[in-house]
Structure formats: C-alpha cells, structure tokens
Ligand binder design. Structure first.
Ligand code: UD1
Ligand code: CA
Length: 455
C-alpha cells in the first residue's frame, strides 16, 4: 500500500511573537518542519505534501533546502485543520493509497509510533494517534466506546464530563486518501471556533459505520511548539536524545548535559568530547578524535585522532587531517589542515591549506581579506611558520620552508627557504638607562610642583 504524507504548516504561530514563521524556528539547528518531515519519511512515503500559508514563500524556500522532493500546496486563509488538509486534495486526487496527516510544529513523533499507527489501519478504516496527557489543558479529547473511537471533541466545544477525559488528540491520523477527502468535503464550521475541524471526520466516519480506532504514544512525542518556552523544552528533549544516541554509538561525553549537538552531527567510534562543546550544523568527526572544552564547531570535518581545543573555533570549511592538532584560541575558516599538522596557539587561518606535518606558530594570521576580495594562503608540508607571522594573501610558503618570527610575508617563499621580513635589530648601549633617568626626573619635578600648590 503506498503512502502520502500531508504536513500542516500554514498556521502563523502568534504566540511565538516572531517575524519568523513558527515552523522555521530551529531545534537542534534544523527547522521544526524538517524534524516533522523526517519523522514522516521513516514510513517511506511515495508523496510528501506540505500545506503552507502564513509566510508561504519563506517556508517553502527553507523546506526545499532541507527536504528536497516535498510538494507544496497553499492554504490562503487559515480556516482550520480540516480546511488545511482539503487543500492537498487536488494534488492527491488520483492517489490510491493511505494518507498520514502530521503537524509541522510537532517534531518528535517516532518512527515506531508511526509504524503502530500504520499497523492499526489493517483492522480499521481510520486510526488516530492519541496520548494520555498529564495536563490535558486545551487539547482535543478522544471519546471512545470500548475500543472504538466515536468522536474527537475540541476543548472549546467540550462539556465538563468530556473535559475530564485525559486521552487527548495528537492531531496525527491515517486514513485512505479517498475516504479522507470525501469526509473532509462534508465538514462544516459549526463549532466554537468557526473552523473546519479535521477532527470532525471521526464522527462522520462512525455515522457511516466505518471503524475508527485510537493508537497511543508517550506524551513526550506529541510535544508541539506554540511558544518560546515550548521551543526551549523541545530543544532540551532534542539534546537529550541526541546525546544518548551519540553515547550509544560509542562516543564519550564527559559531561553530556553541557554538550550541544546539531541534528546532523556525526561521530566515529571512540571520539571523546569534553564538557561545554557546541556543535553547529554539518560537523563530521572521525574515529578517536578528541574535542576539548569550550570549543565551537560548525561546517567542519575532523580527521581521525585529531585533537581540537580547548577554546577552538572551527568555522565552515575547516577540514582537519588525521592526527592534526588545533590548540587554544584558534579560528579556522575554509582551511584544510594536513595530517599531523599543528596550529596550536592563538592563530587565524582562513582560505588556506596547511600541508602535512607543518607547524604554524603562535599568533600567526593569514591576512586573507583586503576589504573587497578574499585570497588564499598555501603552506607546504613540513613548513615552519614562526610565531606572529602575518601571511598577506595571496601567498605561499614552500615545503620545508620557514618564516622568521614577526615576519610580514608578502612574497611567496620557495621550498626550504627561510624568509625574514622584519626590521633588523639595533642595540643602543646605555640608552635605556638614560631614557629612564630622564623620565624619573620629570616625574619628581611634577610631584614637587603639586606639593607646593597644596601648601
Ligand atoms: C489541534 C487539534 C486538537 C489537538 C491539537 C494537538 C483540530 C481541530 N484540533 O488543535 O484536537 O489536540 O491540535 O496539538 O484539529 N494549521 C493549518 N491551517 C489551519 C489551522 C491549523 O495549517 O487553518 C496547522 C497549524 O499550523 C499547526 C496544526 O495545523 O501545525 C495544528 O493547528 P493548531 O491551530 O495548533 O490546532 P490546535 O487548536 O492546537
Ligand atoms: Ca497547536
């Protein structure tokens, strides 16, 4: 049986108090809607349709980047969840399979839960995902009769007895496409909100003797994001899961609660992460690498057994070879560091390649930007860059070459040459003593003037 996903993301999310559409707020470095679509993609759907409305163009642009292949349909007025699903009907008119409806602001539905929901479809026409709510609040309530789901009542429309039910609607359901769209066609907005409720299809299905069931999942999976506080809760849930997954895969996290991961961080085995390390998107770390405290990494690739930090900043395009060593207060951007090369103290290396086993001394800077253009620096293998060298790009330092400390290198250095590019030292005998004496006399004179004035 083939499957289509309809992901609802037309709502504005007023309570976020944000110019950014709600579903684009990020958890673990990826928009909420990407988490929702990824969850659904675990079911291997033939089609994925995203219903957009508020800031549709902005949402569609981002989703195209994160989830290529998603089809879009617009809901111009937010007339309710039923109305939102109806917008996908023309796209799926000839679709013979089942439809799973998901919410773009609900990022944690697990693949297992969706499998259970699908399995329930073997014995029923429609299956709805519910959960036992610790605080049912304003969720829709599932009204059952034995194993049968009779109807879903929205909080606004519920009487006291119905509000007392703690089995709540997650919003997620599965139904055959043809049945779903036929029932949705019959929805009427005669309720407290004046909306077309998707949830009303349950009662309509029962009225034509269809069988409807409810499957439950842990409440944590249904966590939806409506406010900044929810967003923070969602981030915490994401981080907890991501850390557990990393440890399961053989990563040592010395203090897991202080390590911040991204949705796509990937680790080899026996990687060690010290406390207080932040991973932005697109970081890959090979076996045995060691990331020391207070390092910040994004868009970079760390080779096997490399050591990074403490206090290192690796920006997009940093690529470390095996056994490379990046020490404290380094900034790397678009920089390839060769096998066993060392950049250990307070350097900036950008738009550059550092050859295998090269050593970049303390305080070295690749001066890669002239205010308009960016230029490259090439450092050959086994080169030695003296401390506080300014490499004014474009420039290259040959294999096995050396630069003298404090040099400003503006011309290419040939292989094995030593480049000295600084003023020669000139010692003036006794001049320091004379200079100090003059200064001290001046100070004494100033102090005696002050004393006379005070008397
Ligand atoms: C909905 C359910 C409720 C359930 C709750 C779970 C209905 C009528 N109610 O209520 O039973 O307990 O979710 O969180 O379905 N959306 C659109 N277009 C619209 C309206 C909504 O795309 O016109 C999208 C929203 O962007 C959101 C999702 O649908 O992603 C849910 O909408 P929301 O307004 O949050 O529904 P609730 O009132 O919370
Ligand atoms: Ca909601």
């Amino acid at each position: 049986m083939s499957l289509a996903l309809i992901v609802l993301a037309a709502g504005q999310g007023t309570r976020m108090k944000s110019d950014l559409p709600k579903v684009l707020h990020e958890v673990g470095g990826a928009p909420l809607v990407h988490h929702a679509v990824s969850a659904g993609r675990a079911l291997n759907p033939a089609r994925v349709v995203l219903v957009t409305g508020h800031a549709a163009v902005q949402v569609e642009d981002v989703v195209e980047r994160f989830d290529p292949g998603v089809e879009f349909v617009r809901q111009d007025d937010p007339l309710g969840t039923g109305h939102a699903v109806a917008q996908a009907a023309p796209l799926l008119a000839d679709f013979a399979g089942d439809v799973v409806v998901l919410y773009g602001d609900t990022p944690f539905i697990s693949a297992d839960t969706l499998m259970h929901l699908m399995a329930a479809r073997q014995d029923h026409d429609i299956a709805v995902l519910g959960f036992q709510a610790a605080e049912p609040g304003r969720y829709g309530r599932l009204v059952k009769d034995g194993d049968c789901l009779k109807k879903i009542v929205e909080y606004k429309d519920a009487d006291e007895a119905t509000r007392a039910i703690s089995l709540c609607n997650s919003g997620i359901l599965i139904a055959p496409a043809a049945l779903l769209f036929r029932l949705i066609d019959a929805l009427r907005p005669d309720n407290a909100a004046g909306e077309y409720y998707l949830t009303d299809i349950v009662e309509l299905a029962c009225a034509e003797d269809r069988s409807v069931t409810a499957v439950t999942c842990p409440e944590a999976e249904t966590l939806g994001v409506n406010s900044r506080a929810d967003l923070a809760r969602a981030e915490a849930v994401f981080q907890k899961r991501a850390r557990a997954a990393a440890m399961d895969a053989g990563v040592t996290l010395r203090d897991p609660d202080t390590v911040h991961l991204s949705y796509d961080t990937t680790f080899g085995r026996d990687v060690v992460i010290e406390p207080n390390v932040v991973f932005g998107p697109d970081v890959r770390i090979e076996d045995g690498a060691h990331i020391k405290s207070f390092s910040h990494l994004e868009g970079c690739h760390i080779g096997g057994n490399a050591v990074v930090g403490p206090y290192a900043r690796l920006r997009p395009g940093a690529k470390l070879g095996a056994e490379a060593r990046i020490g404290n207060f380094e900034e790397l951007k678009k920089a390839e560091i060769g096998t066993g090369a060392k950049v250990n103290h307070q350097s900036y290396v950008g738009e550059a390649r550092v050859g295998d086993r090269a050593n970049v001394g303390a305080g070295t800077i690749t001066c890669n930007y002239d205010g308009v253009f960016k230029h490259r620096t090439e450092i050959g293998s086994d080169a030695f860059i003296g401390s506080n060298t300014m490499l004014v790009a474009p420039v290259s330092v040959g294999q096995g070459a050396m630069t003298a400390s404090g040099s400003v290198i503006t011309n290419d250095v040939p292989d094995e040459a030593l480049a000295v590019a600084r003023a020669r030292q000139d010692n003036k005998p006794g001049l320091a003593r004379k200079f100090f004496d003059a200064l001290r006399r001046r100070k004494e004179k100033q102090q005696s003037i002050k004393k006379n004035e005070a008397e």
